[in-house]
Every structure is written in C-alpha cells, then in structure tokens.
Design a protein around this ligand. Structure first.
Ligand SMILES: [Zn+2]
Length: 99
C-alpha cells in the first residue's frame, strides 16, 4: 500500500485547507482590533489531526515533510506559506511585464 501525500497537487488540497483554516482547525478569526487570531500553538498538530481524520489514505509524516519543505513549520504557516502563494484562488495574480 502506497500512502498518498497531501501536497498542493493533491485533488483534495482545497478541502484540506478549508478544514485546516476552519473551526475544526486553526479557527482563524478577527480580534477586537481587527487583528488576525488563530489557534496555532506551533508545530503541526492540527494538520496531522485533519490528515488522520479526513484523509486516511495520506501519509501523515510524508505530508508534514512536504509542508516543512515549503516553509510550513507550524499549522498557520501552512496557510501563509504553502496554501496562499499557490492556491487556485490566487492564480489570477497579474503579471506586470516591463518592456
Ligand atoms: Zn503558527
């Protein structure tokens, strides 16, 4: 049995990120002064939990290794450093070509 790896190329990557950012995961929200608050406590325990509970075919250690290799050393960094720069929602990025 070969374990799948949760990467940005995985067909369920978006679902994973939704769970990771949602109430079951980081529970990201705005604080009193509009600042961003989430439940990240360092490390990747939330990502690991979501992988185990929702993506049993994915190898947890392999997937966490992918996150770390891409700058995601804790749960919130997976959002900022791995998901946001690559996610399909950001594909509309404009390229300015200087001539
Ligand atoms: Zn964090």
């Amino acid at each position: 049995m070969t374990a799948e790896i949760m990467t940005t190329a995985h067909p369920e990557w978006e679902k994973f990120i939704e769970l990771l950012s949602g109430p079951e995961g980081l529970n990201g929200r705005k604080g009193k002064n509009g600042e961003h608050i989430d439940d990240c406590k360092g490390g990747l325990p939330i990502a690991a939990k979501i992988l185990k509970e929702h993506f049993p075919n994915c190898g947890v250690e392999e997937s966490l290794a992918f996150f770390r290799a891409n700058g995601g050393y804790c749960d919130c960094e997976v959002m900022w450093n791995v998901a946001l720069p690559r996610g399909p929602r950001k594909r509309k990025r404009k390229k300015t070509i200087k001539r």
